[in-house]
Write a protein that binds this ligand. Sequence first.
Ligand SMILES: [Zn+2]
Ligand SMILES: [Zn+2]
Length: 352
Amino acid sequence: MGDVQAPAGLPAEMDAWVVARPGPMDTHPLESVRLPVPVPAPGELLVRVEVCAVCRTDLHLAEGDLPPRRPRTVPGHEAVGRVAALGPGTAGPPPGTRVGVAWLRSTCGECRHCRRGAENLCPSSTYTGWDADGGYAEYLTAPAAYVYPLPEEAGAAGLAPLLCAGIIGYRALLRADLPPGGRLGIYGFGASAHLTAQIAVAEGAAVHVMTRSAAARELAVELGAASVGGSTDSPPEPLDSAILFAPVGDLVPVALAALDRGGTLAVAGIHLTDIPALNYERHLFQERTLRSVTANTRADGRRFLELASVHRPRVTTTPYPFREADRALRDLAADRVEGAAVLIVGSGRGTV
Ligand SMILES: [Zn+2]
Ligand SMILES: [Zn+2]
């Protein structure tokens, strides 16, 4: 991009982090770099990032569980910022508009999945921070049709985790087929789970949280969980639905065994360790269903952000200065983060 001029009034270079050498966090896979401020293509926006939340998928990318799709990509797909410039022929939103840039970056719009409203399954879909540079940077570009307008009244740090943790958790809740007033089990209680639990509680569910973290169990009780237990404990009643947020395949049979007849388990993560052998009688018979969750549609995102503006879930965040992005990921790898880690990138007013 060296021959392309940065839009007027913008700096030529910016601070960013790239995944330089995918591997365990203690081998320092992330590198802090200076990059040219990207130039928005036709249909794209240039967004000045204020806050980017840290998702477990960023960790999978840094550690190489998800193989890189291009070298030295800037991770991050929960970016809250403001439109700084529009690419040629881009219709809007105008500069200054507060927007969120999330995981789903583009889809083809033409394949059978896109045409039937399942654009999350589009084989040509691309993802922010994987196929294109993401939000661990002062600026990023994104197709205008895939960003979400965000309300002005909330703080950026509280909005950022909604963009993946919130949206994907909401899709997992839809995939778990929770009946009205039903009994929902949640396995693992990090960023996504604590948002999903609040939406489920607000909509009348009895939510049982199973997690190994004592701090997370305490938070779950504060947020209205009906019961809490250790990660392999049985909930006090059979479950209509369960969501596995922990990336731990060993918990699949545990959660399936906790389901009532006809219950559904949705696996929320993009990555899961191997699932041990299942016993048909104990884990699947009586029409129990095991489902995966793959990204989300824009419609899921819009519906969730609307629900969040009604129910206003409490978003627990742990802020990190931008220069300490690698520490945030190390803490996430070691399960030392309460709620969602958020990188404070820009100095926008009312950021935190
Ligand atoms: Zn498609
Ligand atoms: Zn994510």
